[in-house]
Write a protein that binds this ligand. Structure first.
Ligand SMILES: [Zn+2]
Length: 307
């Protein structure tokens, strides 16, 4: 299950207090990684995690590399990542801040294994938040939806996840993003399902529409690269209309703006199963089978191949 997380531009007083406590721990150490044109400073207690320091460094470098490949570079030139040890195994969740400096905090189990880190989505998701301007709380669905959608595609493009696994998760989870009775559109329905997976539905529809309108030449990935390049990412406040207009202008379509007009104030229920079948994604047992002669299979291949 996908854990809630949030991108925020400023840390709350409670968060700052906890950071002071972490900073006071004498065992913590800094490591600097250079990846995707950025210097990523990693702040963690070398003795806290059973898997060892090298495994942790490899995980952070791999995650930063996945995001850098998707965007063409790491979203910021500098970032600090602080690992907060917790009991148990696994990656427990994260939060991303942009001010005063790019900063990601991740709660990590002391018994986390190399395999869990290899399959982790949390750090890729958090790093993706750095690439989008802050559009305000009403549009958290865009920030969380993009991070949810991009994480899957970016990991497949980097060879960190199989394409079938990514689509299988979409088939399982994306229906949670569809409107329920009483829904008032993405801008006014702030449930977990609509925020994370409803936003991801918007991204999938946009990606397919851009590829179709541009005869496969461009996709959402090109639009997001342009939005990052022109805005500088999460440290910038932009109205959502400017974000979408900038993305559309970069690929020569109105896909993002048109979808937003349709979905912001009105519950829209696309036939996802029909769309996946057209893309050549067919459910089979608990997974999927990819069909290469489906009508929109070229669109799927272009999305997965990327820029
Ligand atoms: Zn998030």
């Amino acid at each position: 299950m996908r854990l809630p997380c949030a991108a925020a531009r400023t840390a709350s007083a409670a968060v700052l207090a906890s950071l002071v406590m972490v900073a006071a721990c004498a065992a913590s150490a800094d490591e600097e990684l250079r990846v995707g044109g950025a210097v990523v400073q990693l702040d963690f207690d070398r003795r806290a995690f059973g898997g060892g320091e090298g495994t942790i460094l490899e995980w952070v470098r791999r995650s930063a590399d996945i995001v850098s490949r998707y965007y063409g570079r790491f979203p910021t030139t500098r970032a600090t990542i602080r690992l907060v040890p917790q009991s148990g195994a696994g990656v427990h969740g994260g939060k991303t801040f942009a001010n005063p400096d790019p900063y990601i905090r991740v709660q990590l189990g002391r018994e986390v294994t190399a395999e869990q880190l290899l399959e982790d989505w949390v750090l890729v998701h958090e790093m993706t938040h750095l690439a989008l301007p802050d559009t305000g709380d009403a549009h958290a669905w865009l920030s969380e939806g993009l991070a949810t959608y991009v994480e899957g595609i970016a990991r497949v493009q980097a060879g960190n996840r199989s394409e079938a696994d990514m689509w299988a998760e979409e088939l399982r989870s994306m229906p949670r993003g569809l409107p329920e009775p009483g829904d008032r559109g993405l801008d006014h329905t702030h449930t977990w399902g609509r925020t994370y997976w409803g936003g991801a539905v918007f991204c999938l529809l946009a990606d397919v529409d851009i590829r179709r309108r541009t005869q496969l030449r461009f996709g959402l990935q090109h639009a997001l690269r342009a939005i990052l390049r022109e805005s500088g990412g999460l440290a910038t406040d932009w109205p959502i209309e400017r974000v979408l207009r900038t993305g559309d202008a970069a690929v020569g379509t109105q896909s993002l703006e048109d979808l937003y007009t349709q979905m912001k104030d009105t519950p829209v229920t696309p036939d996802l199963m029909a769309l996946w079948r057209e893309l050549g994604v067919v459910p089979e047992g608990g997974s999927v089978r990819l069909v290469d002669d489906a009508p929109l299979a070229p669109v799927r291949r272009a999305i997965m191949r990327g820029s």
